[in-house]
Design a protein around this ligand. Structure first.
Ligand code: COA
Length: 355
């Protein structure tokens, strides 16, 4: 009988995960701190979302700074110091123009490699993985640094309790290399989708050409992040569930053969609903949002690194990644977890990095 956890020999080319690095800024913001500033409570935030605390940058730190820290750690984790391309997923770039990735590549000393940003909000990291895998499979690059980095604290309305309690800052990165589909770490397939008919559910309304070309003066209030939480909740469950199911079917993986579900860390109730929908035990759903909040494009690599450090993610396990966010946009991918050593910087939890 074949072992469902061991892929059969498959020499097809694939993008393979070789290293993982993460970085959180030093300042922890607890639910109690927020409840002193706005009409909310630790109890409400914990029971409605699962979040206990998150990290916000100090003034002067931007997304690119976090991306450099995570990127450097991913390169160390992979044991490499060169790549052929840098792909950065973010909703909070350092500037509207140019992209943040070239600056990050330069700061990392990676030379004149192609470097660009991906804008798919909380689905950004899975989109960036697909994009980087595409570069590898097209023969454009043999090794790609993929980063998800965010400073949501810079776009949150401090008076909006619907959003201010949910989001956190942070960054995570992986190194992908050309390899074979039967190697642990190979990204085995993707399912991606979008629904622009619901673009207004998650939005920063102002600051773009839609507002400016209408002759409207800059409106500071319109530069804040907005979200229709209840409608987003329903869409998140159905989109991540549907996308995951489509991918699992293509891979021939039954839900109960998935060892770890690493969903976008938005809300523990969403993660449990997706697990239920797919027939995956809730205990197999990785949860670290209690400690980091919703870090948007950084969410999946931060969850992977925390799970690996806690011993909740072991080599040989089947892992399903699924994410959802503004756009609307969603995406899923899957891999067998490789024997790598994540390099993680978590200010208030001990590191588990041994070079
Ligand atoms: N503290 C206290 N009360 C709050 C609150 C807060 N931070 N935010 C909202 N409330 C209140 C509301 O005003 C409402 O009060 P009312 O009943 O008197 O009108 C009540 O709590 C319920 O609000 P509601 O929006 O219906 O709560 P909810 O159970 O839907 O939870 C979210 C709100 C945002 C936590 C939930 O909708 C959610 O997680 N949505 C998905 C968000 C997400 O994942 N976004 C990222 C996707 S990429």
């Amino acid at each position: 009988m074949t072992d469902p956890h061991r892929p059969e020999a498959d020499a097809r080319p694939a993008a393979v995960l070789r290293g993982l690095g993460t970085f959180l800024p030093p300042r922890v913001v607890t639910n109690h701190e927020l409840s002193e500033r706005m009409d909310t409570s630790d109890e409400w935030i914990r029971t409605r979302t699962g979040i206990r605390e998150r990290y916000w940058v100090e003034p002067g730190t931007a997304t690119g700074d976090l991306a450099v820290e995570a990127g450097a750690r991913a390169l160390k984790s992979a044991g490499v110091d060169t790549v052929d391309a840098v792909v950065l997923a973010t909703t909070t770039p350092d500037h509207p123009c140019p992209a943040t990735a070239p600056w990050v590549a330069a700061r990392l000393g990676l030379g004149r490699v192609p470097a660009y940003d991906i804008a798919a909000v909380c689905a950004g990291f899975v989109y960036a993985l697909a994009n980087a895998a595409g570069l590898i499979l097209a023969g454009v690059a043999d090794r790609v640094l993929v980063i998800g980095a965010e400073t949501y604290s810079s776009i949150l309305d401090p008076a909006d309790r619907n959003t201010a309690v949910i989001f956190g800052d942070g960054a995570g990165a992986v190194v992908l290399e050309a390899g074979r589909a039967d190697e642990p770490g190979a990204l085995l397939g993707f399912d991606l989708g979008s629904d622009g008919g619901q673009h207004d559910l998650i939005a920063i309304p102002g600051g773009g050409s839609r507002q400016r070309s209408g002759g409207n003066p800059p409106d500071p209030a319109g530069s804040y992040f907005t979200m229709q939480g209840k409608r987003v909740f329903v869409q998140a469950v159905t989109s991540m569930g549907g996308s995951s199911r489509a991918l699992l079917e293509r891979l021939g993986w039954a839900g109960d053969t998935v060892d770890r579900l690493v969903g976008h860390q938005a809300n523990v109730r969403i993660l449990h609903a997706v697990a239920d929908d797919l027939g995956i035990d809730r205990e197999r759903a990785i949860v670290n949002l209690d400690r980091v909040g919703n870090t948007s494009a950084a969410s999946i690599p931060l969850a992977l690194a925390d799970a690996a450090a806690a011993g909740d993610l072991r080599p040989g396990e089947r892992v399903l990644l699924t994410a959802f966010g503004g756009g609307l946009a969603w995406g899923s991918t899957a891999l067998v977890w490789p024997d790598i050593n994540p390099n993680r910087h978590h200010p208030t939890r001990p590191e588990r990095w041994t070079p």
